[in-house]
Design a protein around this ligand. Structure first.
Ligand SMILES: Nc1nc2c(c(=O)[nH]1)N[C@H]1C(S)=C(S)[C@@H](COP(=O)(O)OP(=O)(O)OC[C@H]3O[C@@H](n4cnc5c(=O)[nH]c(N)nc54)[C@H](O)[C@@H]3O)O[C@H]1N2
Ligand SMILES: Nc1nc2c(c(=O)[nH]1)N[C@H]1C(S)=C(S)[C@@H](COP(=O)(O)OP(=O)(O)OC[C@H]3O[C@@H](n4cnc5c(=O)[nH]c(N)nc54)[C@H](O)[C@@H]3O)O[C@H]1N2
Ligand SMILES: [Mo]
Length: 767
């Protein structure tokens, strides 16, 4: 019999004592619980740092301490007293370290010294900053074309670091900016730009206090945006209807016990969050939303026939939108049978959800990776926008479109120029300000960069944070591509797998984290700035002593590489890096919306970057909110899978104990899994049909027809409340199965929420 010990009880509610207990444990693990706790009190405070956890907005930035278990984990992870020193590298070859798990690597602690790879000994050895910069600069200058280098950014980089980075890279001569957001909310940016003229959400935190209904699609805030649960709970208590679309029963969307509510905690009570919980098939959201639109049109016709008022916001549609008629025709042309088959929901369920929408004056729709990581994500988000336009739910208080971002500054990085297809106006502004000719060719996104590394045309990889080799699809292929580079440079706080794939010259450059004090040459503490999901820009200054005296800030490291590569005659990099106000002045002069940047960022809540669509100004070609009228996908992965024997659709998501590729711990208590990450969640009916037992060991076999064979070995089955035909498991362990060949149309985002797989029994088990 398989040992089922790792399958346990799911927490009764998200938050609660379990969350407090987990925090205590994390703070103890830092080796300095007092420093950790002190740091936590400064998270998201006006005189403290921006929490490096998620990009959810802050209420009165500073009025109250907002408790967040996963914020504590993120802070404790950075505040650890463990160190990865040159001695550590002397004791372990890189080949040996490659056999360690991500969990083991990051638990060794913070990087302390700049390191250079030595092929003869297969070890990293300490190097001084000056030598590292000079060598990196020489190799970059030596490439026969600037497009041969790839400059990756992960979304923790501050506005200042990211702005300086893009300036350097453009002066160097390329727009190759693969970015973590290419794997994340790219589809939201693309779709919203088409629909409303700006690639960002239109909602402010205050809107959650005014909404009558909130739709949460493809998002797991209990784990990934825990502070959002506070806003959802307050809404639920006001009687707001919260409608969830998620194939998986997620505890945080069901019940929440707020650690900030003393009475609730003492009574062991909790508040129910979702008023209705629909479990569509993976990739079925476009069909579900179209079904709701169909129901709205039907109700409108009936109301008009009865001589009643229209259900649609006709004034909004007439004044503010274009292409409505084509959309209506597309909806009429879509049959219920197709809608039910793709969504896996019944017509009655969809009509019920539509009724909530119609009864509400003000509706917010939020979404995240469950929507953006499919082939038809752009079309799905356009459909969400269509649906919201029907009753004028964009550009009025208490309503709007709300893509909930991932990394704490992923939105800001894009705002300040991390963009492989930069808008001409921005490039013009750079040329005016700095007087050099910027490259106008589009650069590489993540898929483009991978393609170039695989075909040998890219020869250098520079990573400003992140874990490129583990976060990207087909991780086995990427490992080869990375280690075949002439140069790899990783600017990082902790050791991860990508660092263990050095090119001919390989550097790991350790940087300060956001919780640490960053003093300039004159001893003046510097702040950086970040932008959250609600387009609020605020300051962040560390309070902890740096993990090592040798660390430099990201800004200083970028400046060092820049000075050594392109020289300082056009831009005085080191002078800029020495006082971040100077970088902010440049941002203000080259990017709209940052007027009086240095002054406003020092206000308690920072400031809001104006979003034209919130004011019903539409920067689209037609100067209107624009309906799209594409057909549903010809076949979703679910429909493809149902044609094959034993084929399932796998989504790769996050456990409660991880931050992307950083694994904090092995538990996922909201889903009742303990001490094990190599698991697959499957419907009990499917397990019966396949003759599988709980905890049985299986191999997962990729079933995409692209000529590449993919296997993830030795995973264990967990029976779970998930639709038949859909299965789920954790990223990044499963990235070996995510095919490079399947990605979002118009977004290029790997379709990591709809991977075709089948299962085979492990030989030992079968015997
Ligand atoms: N603690 C913590 N916080 C984080 C992160 C972290 O790893 N840990 N990561 C950060 C980052 S970079 C990001 S992008 C966000 C990610 O935040 P999320 O998007 O919440 O992340 P995932 O874990 O990928 O969860 C996707 C959710 O969508 C559901 N889903 C999957 N496919 C579908 C579908 O086809 N339809 C519908 N309706 N639902 C679907 C899944 O069941 C799951 O609940 O969180 C950020 N915050
Ligand atoms: N299969 C599958 N793949 C996915 C996803 C999925 O849901 N499924 N999600 C995708 C998403 S949404 C995203 S955003 C990407 C994430 O991709 P990345 O952003 O590349 O990955 P992270 O795991 O966030 O990066 C973690 C590393 O960042 C470094 N780091 C941490 N803090 C700092 C800092 O302050 N400064 C610097 N310089 N470095 C720091 C540490 O070395 C750490 O090891 O992964 C994507 N990949
Ligand atoms: Mo993300």
């Amino acid at each position: 019999m398989a040992n089922t010990d790792f399958i346990g009880k799911r927490s009764k509610a998200a938050g609660g004592w379990g969350a407090l207990k987990s925090c205590g444990k994390r703070l103890l693990e830092t080796g300095s619980p007092i420093a950790g706790a002190r740091a936590m009190l400064k998270a998201n405070q006006p005189d403290g740092f921006d929490c490096p956890g998620c990009a959810w907005g802050d209420p009165e930035h500073g009025s109250s301490f907002e408790f967040c278990e996963n914020g504590v984990k993120a802070v404790a992870w950075e505040a650890t007293e463990k160190r990865v020193t040159p001695d550590f590298f002397a004791a372990h070859t890189v080949s040996e370290l490659r056999t360690w798990t991500d969990y083991a690597l990051e638990h060794e602690g913070r990087l302390t010294h700049p390191m250079r790879y030595d092929r003869a000994t297969d070890r990293y050895a300490a190097v001084d900053w000056g030598t590292a910069f000079a060598d990196i600069g020489a190799i970059l200058r030596d490439l026969d074309h600037p497009d041969r280098a790839e400059f990756y950014t992960s979304g923790r980089a501050s506005n200042e670091a990211a702005y300086l980075y893009q300036l350097f890279v453009r002066l160097y001569g390329t727009n190759n900016f693969p970015d973590c957001s290419n794997m994340c909310h790219e589809a939201s940016g693309v779709a919203l730009r088409q629909a409303i003229g700006v690639g960002k959400g239109t909602v402010l935190l205050e809107d959650f206090e005014k909404a009558d209904a909130i739709f949460v699609i493809g998002q797991n805030p209990g784990t990934n945006h825990p502070r959002m649960l506070g806003d959802l709970r307050r809404a639920a208590e006001r009687g707001v209807r919260i409608v969830v679309f998620n194939p998986v029963r997620e505890r945080g969307l069901e019940r929440f016990s707020d650690p900030q509510d003393k009475l609730e905690m003492l009574r062991g009570g909790s508040t129910s969050i979702a008023s209705s919980y629909y479990q569509p098939r993976l990739g079925g959201d476009m069909a579900a939303v179209r079904g709701m639109a169909k129901a709205v049109f039907a109700a409108d016709e009936a109301a008009l026939a009865d001589g009643g008022p229209s259900i649609l916001d006709r004034a909004f549609l007439a004044e503010h939108t274009t292409d409505f008629d084509a959309y209506r025709k597309a909806v009429e042309a879509t049959g219920w049978a197709e809608i039910e088959d793709q969504s896996g929901l019944s017509r009655a369920q969809i009509e019920e959800a539509a009724a909530v929408y119609m009864a509400a004056e003000r509706v917010i729709c939020t979404w995240a990776m469950g929507v953006t990581q499919h082939r038809h994500s752009v079309a799905t988000i356009r459909e969400i926008a269509n649906f919201m336009f029907l009753r004028g739910n964009v550009g009025k208080p208490g309503a709007g479109l709300c893509p909930v971002r991932g990394h704490s500054n992923v939105q800001g990085d894009r705002t300040v120029g991390i963009n492989e297809k930069p808008p001409a106006a921005f490039l013009d502004a750079l040329e005016r300000e700095f007087g050099f000719e910027v490259p106008r060719r589009n650069g590489h996104n993540v898929l483009g960069a991978i393609g170039a590394m695989l075909d040998g045309s890219a020869r250098a990889f520079i990573g400003l944070g992140g874990n490129f080799a583990r976060a990207t699809p087909d991780s086995t292929l990427i490992a080869k591509a990375l280690s075949s580079q002439k140069l790899t440079v990783h600017i990082a706080t902790k050791l991860n797998h990508s660092h263990l794939l050095p090119g001919e010259a390989g550097y790991v450059l350790p940087c300060l984290g956001r919780t640490e004090i960053d003093r300039n040459a004159a001893g003046v503490a510097q702040i950086v700035t970040v932008e959250d999901s609600m387009s609020m820009v605020h300051g962040s200054g560390g309070i902890n002593r740096p993990a090592s005296p040798a660390l430099r800030s990201e800004v200083a490291i970028v400046a060092g590489i820049a000075a050594a590569t392109v020289g300082s005659s056009i831009i005085d990099w080191l002078w800029l890096a020495d006082d971040h106000d100077r970088i902010r002045d440049l941002i203000e002069r080259t990017i709209p919306g940052f007027e009086r940047y240095n002054e406003r960022v020092r206000q308690p809540r920072g400031f809001h970057l104006r979003n034209a669509a919130t004011h019903r100004e539409w920067n689209t070609p037609a100067a209107k909110a624009t309906f799209s009228s594409v057909a549903l996908p010809a076949a979703t992965e679910h429909q493809i899978a149902s044609g094959g024997d034993g084929i399932f659709v796998l989504q790769t998501f996050r456990s409660h104990d991880q931050y992307n590729t950083t694994v904090y711990g092995m538990d996922d208590r909201y889903r009742g899994v303990y001490g094990e990450r190599r698991v697959v969640f499957m419907n009990p009916g499917d397990m019966d049909r396949m003759g599988f037992r709980p905890a049985e060991r299986i191999d997962i076999v990729g079933r995409h027809d692209d000529g590449i064979s993919r296997v993830a070995e030795d995973f264990r089955l967990v029976p779970y409340d998930i639709p038949r035909g859909s299965v789920a498991g954790y990223y990044p362990e499963l990235n070996v199965l995510v095919p490079l060949s399947t990605f979002g149309s118009e977004s290029d985002t790997p379709a990591s929420k709809s991977v075709l797989v089948s299962f085979r029994r492990r030989k030992a088990e079968a015997a």
